[in-house]
Design a protein around this ligand. Structure first.
Ligand code: 6GU
Length: 225
């Protein structure tokens, strides 16, 4: 898979996408992530990227021409299955969308900034608009890292069988059950006896019950779906 990310601040994403599971996936060649700085496509001597919104109001808007030039430059090298704009007014991200995106080959992510990007870029190029929740971030970069991380861990070969994403929260529509490791007793608190019993069937039943109880308490909306 290839994930290209356009941003005014590409450096912001270097560290989060160069650690842990995402980094291992990149080293194994299972995903290629390219951070593309928009600045070099800026206008004039000052490489201008933004301008005042027509009709007034506060904030700045990313102009059409630098974004269009950058996207067209990339489109000369490959096509994309989806061109995704990260924006708080997008569709809220969930595991189902992540699962679906993890089956694609080429994704282009566009990070918004300031008050957003000129609507004409969205009309012409963007196939999918995603928000990571009902709150406002300073830019799309952190959201792009969230999306890329969630997608990359689902690419076959990225997680070992033991780490399998199938036991993640949400993957079966339920929150994950509690987990424990050594020591067996800590400050008088014991690990649930069933987990030490060695009974695989009882352990599986206990985990399912705990998952359902936790989901009912914290996220009853998930049980309705
Ligand atoms: Cl994708 N971008 C910004 N700027 N804020 C957000 C968001 C995205 N998702 C939630 N808040």
């Amino acid at each position: 898979m290839q994930i290209d990310i356009i941003s005014v601040l590409p450096e912001m994403m270097e560290s989060p996408l160069s650690q842990s599971i995402v980094q291992r996936a990149r080293q194994k060649g299972l995903v290629q992530i390219n951070l593309i700085g928009l600045r070099e496509f800026g206008l004039g001597a000052y490489k201008q990227l933004d301008d005042y919104p027509y009709g007034g109001g506060g904030g700045m808007v990313l102009r059409v021409e630098p974004l269009a030039a950058c996207i067209e430059h990339l489109l000369q090298q490959q096509t994309y299955d989806e061109i995704i704009y990260l924006t708080p007014d997008g569709e809220q991200l969930n595991q189902k969308t992540v699962n679906s995106l993890s089956t694609k080959n080429n994704l282009l992510l566009i990070c918004g900034h300031y008050k957003g990007i000129d609507q004409r870029i969205r009309d012409k190029y963007v196939t999918c608009e995603i928000s990571i929740g009902d709150y406002v971030l300073s830019g799309g970069e952190i959201a792009a890292c969230v999306l890329a991380d969630a997608i990359v861990r689902l690419i076959p070969g990225v997680l070992s069988d033991e780490m399998s994403a199938l036991s993640d929260s949400f993957q079966d529509g339920l929150l994950a059950p509690p987990v424990y490791t050594r020591p067996e007793i800590w400050e008088g608190r014991s690990v649930p006896e069933v987990l030490i019993s060695g009974h695989e069937k009882r352990i599986a039943e206990w985990r399912l019950e705990e998952s359902i109880a936790r989901t009912r308490k914290r996220r009853p909306d998930l049980l309705d779906e």
